[in-house]
Design a protein around this ligand. Sequence first.
Ligand code: ADP
Ligand code: MG
Length: 689
Amino acid sequence: MIELKTPINKLTSVGSAISKKLSKINLLTIDDLIFHYPFRYDDYSEVLTIDKIKAKKTGTIKAIIKSISTHSSFNRKMSITEALVSDKTDSLKIIWFNQPYLTKKFTKGQTVYFAGKIIKNKTHGFQLINPSYETPLDNKNPIHTGRLVPIYPLTSNITQKQIRFLIKQTIPVIQKINDWLHRDIRATNNLIDLSFALEQIHFPSDKKIMTKAIKRLKFDELFIIQAKNHLIRQNIKHKQAHKIKFYLAKTKKFVKELPFKLTNAQKRSAWEIINDMGKDNPMNRLLEGDVGSGKTVVAGLAILNVILNSQQTCYMAPTEILAEQHFNTFSNLFKNFSFKIALLTSNSIKTNFKKKITKIELIKKLAQLDIDLIIGTHALIQPIIKFKKLGLVIIDEQHRFGTSQRQHLLEQTVSPHFLSMTATPIPRSVALTLYGDLDISIIDEMPKGRKKIITKIIKPIEYKKTYEFIKEEITKQKQAFVICPLIDESDKLGAMSVKQEYINLTTNIFPNLKIKALHGKLKSTTKEKIIKDFLAKQIDILVSTTVIEVGIDIKNASIMLIHGAERFGLAQLHQLRGRVGRGEDQSYCFLMLDTDSITATERLNALISTNNGFELAEKDLEIRGPGEIFGTQQSGFITSLKIAKLTDVKIIALTKKIAKQLFYQSPRLEKYPLIKKKIQASIMSTHLE
Ligand code: ADP
Ligand code: MG
């Protein structure tokens, strides 16, 4: 008997070849199939006679095969199978490409259902092209014709027919699924039963029920997020944290000694954070601010007060390069204090007070409060790393981390205050859904004196001129980044590689300039030295992959040239562009494309038209549609949305309302054991990510 967790290969017609292909798209067990929803439907629900279908564009016919044969196309590249079919009203030609086996499959005189698109060909008249087919025997409950036919997101050579055939076999399992949402909640909110919704999402009886099925399944995904957020918030409220006292005078002095004046938005955000940390339950806050808006120093103000309270701070960055940079920035910011600062990545250990230190020594010091601030990468999350008094955890560029890491750190025995930072300018409505468990501070103002980065698409005939322009800028002591999509050459992609461009620039274009290549495969010490040299203006041009995409702060760099720009998402391009324009000089972002496709240019035009990340995020949302909101792909959150979209505002509002009601009536959800179980299971699964 098949059940939810039965492996797919127990289904009829799944051999090892097919199960291997299915596993490639993460379809391993029956429930994976059940929750693999169609992304659209072909409407073949009308079964028509041949004379009628000619007037329509698509549909299903039931007809008798009069003749069928296969021949090669005139250039022999394709096989063409032609059939003549008829019913009592008329006859029609059917064409299939590259499916010669159909000649054997069908016999003359057989009655078959055909569904597909009708094309009117100038010389041959009406034709049905590549239709799906089903013979009346299995057509009691047709799945490929005569209905709304589901079309699934697929890759790796599985056909729509195959997957439909498999999903059809899961229907008995679907019918046994118990609903976790109480009947009265369903009734008052016009939500259909879960197993019915699942059955209908795959094989809808009609459009109306299909719409209801979609609504119910969207509801489930969004409700679980809301409920999880409630639970997390509640857990936090019940946790004890160390109150961080605000050191007014020392903070004022620190701010006064900064080389710049804080923007109002920075002050406001810092105040929100400091205020939050003054409470005895943990802060859980997201600091959102566009690339270059100055989040680091705001974090610095929080860290300052935490250390003054004799508590430790753990600061996580997504890349080694960035961790290294922050280590330097904070060592410098706190140079007038005797704070002990350390760096720990999988390849590097440093402190600001001792030349050489081993990992064991460092870990010992952390456990004894001999380190006030530790900066690092994922390497900081290890069971052996224990803090004596962890007061604050900061996650920089948090969209680069999974939600599970956030959870992991939150669930330490001591409850530290928690600050995540992101440059991902998520529209506010979306942020509230995504991060409903967090409070949000927004830096919506750039430091004074920043100029708009001039962004341009560079056509091949302008390459020479552009390189000349770059040379002029470098003569004026400026520096440039050149970004390539690849490290090594690859014939397949036809994209520019770092190695190729490095050779090109050093030998042909700028033989007299100081150029270095940077990418993720280099040794950490090499990477570190290159960045240091670039910062010290020992290097004019850095040819790099996207390893420098996030966070890197080099004020003197004013040119960002991106090869194969259409290969990157808007969010990524915005981040890359954000590497320049961080000082007061006029900066430039040049986009070179590998294709001249119009859609690519349209997308890039959005980047040209605005420097504002929030506006770009809105545009990106329009262009790509939700599900892949601006740079949140890696957040581990979006993957849990299969059918719901972050623009489903009505359903989001509904889920919020219901979650609020339930938690109000029953704060620990005792009254709703099924819902509680469902949410806990979902929390568990994000932990295992
Ligand atoms: P991000 O928000 O992208 O992390 P950073 O914190 O790295 O930005 O700041 C970008 C640059 O702007 C840094 O060089 C920083 O020193 C500088 N900066 C930060 N705040 C201000 C300010 N109020 N005025 C001028 N420069 C600032
Ligand atoms: Mg930053």
